[in-house]
Design a protein around this ligand. Sequence first.
Ligand SMILES: [Zn+2]
Length: 413
Amino acid sequence: MNVGSTTKDHIKEEAKPLQNKKLCGLICLRCEQIYELDDPHIDSGLGCKKCLKVGFPVGLRCLYQESMTLDFDLRKSGMFRFANNLPFLNFPSIGEGNTPLVQVDKLATEFGVHTVAIKNEGQNPIGSHKDRMSPLAVARALSAGYRKVIASSSGNAGASLAAYAARAGIQCCIIAAPDISPKWAEAITLAGAELRLVEGKERWPLMEKLVQNEGWFPVTNFHAQPVGSNPFGIEGYKTIAFEILEQAETAQPTVVVVPTCRGDMLFGIFRGFVEAVESGLISRVPCLVAAEPGKRLELVLTGSDYRSVFPVAANNMTSIDGGTATYQSKKALEGSGGAAVAVTSNDAIAAQKVLAENGFYVEMSSAAALAGLQQLKEQGRLKADDNVVLIATSHGFKETPQASLPTGTRDCN
Ligand SMILES: [Zn+2]
């Protein structure tokens, strides 16, 4: 495949983002093969080539020279507070991060736990957690000499990447399904990105073609058996864990529920907590729980091959829909002693209402976090001293109202 220098534009050294000196390469999550930062394969979007060759699509993660002692710069704001623990010290920014962690006592009482808090990622500039991935993915694109980025998206990732590409002054292409919400489509096109609408099954092959033949820098997954999104971008999700630890004050979380599709955010949050443990800030990684619209990771955790295609019924959680799982999700759940819970469309509708009644208007996929907590309660898996954090991934204002269920399962990106 062609990911070499012939497809890249010349970018002056001084215009490139400042790379963290401690960043020394990328490492495979499964075989631990180390890749140099200038290895063109790491920008191919295909994960570890050694594992792929033997039939295991697996993602890579950033590797740093020394143990990553947390080194927060409290004079800075947003994600820049944590830049010493990210792959780039600067990156295109529109004010992402520093989202509130809001304790909701009513829910704690209802669920019989010590605390329930909502990490409201809908307060990011484009309205979702994706605003933590886009700046670092764009920074890597610039650093590696690319001036055009591409993503396949159901909405949030596309709108976010379009905004950050605009901020960086580079080209952006978003591939989405024809039924994308008009508000997401508007956000993408107004930012100057090209929006290509193609049917679900054709999205990844089109993205693969554009990446391989036209030199676009891939930010999201396009591999039929997904590996996850750009590994530099995923590092941005560590900042969710860092912020929770800063904001939780005395009650450090014991359970964190994350609406999950390919597990980019789940894995990023996991890595953030791992670095906090390695730094001695906390004694153990909280139990991470993936809330999903059908049994995928739940089956993986009980022995199913993560490369299987899982039959997920039609549902209303567009941003986390799809029938596949990833190795990175499995790694995060197993590494945190975590769990996965499947929630139905009706569960999500009920949870969305409860969250709204408490002041949080979230996207249906975000409501899966509260619906997942309900599952944990029904399964008797919550303890009276648990401190629960629900990740509300995205606000509800741009989503098409879910009057009826979609007729078929769609992939989230
Ligand atoms: Zn590998």
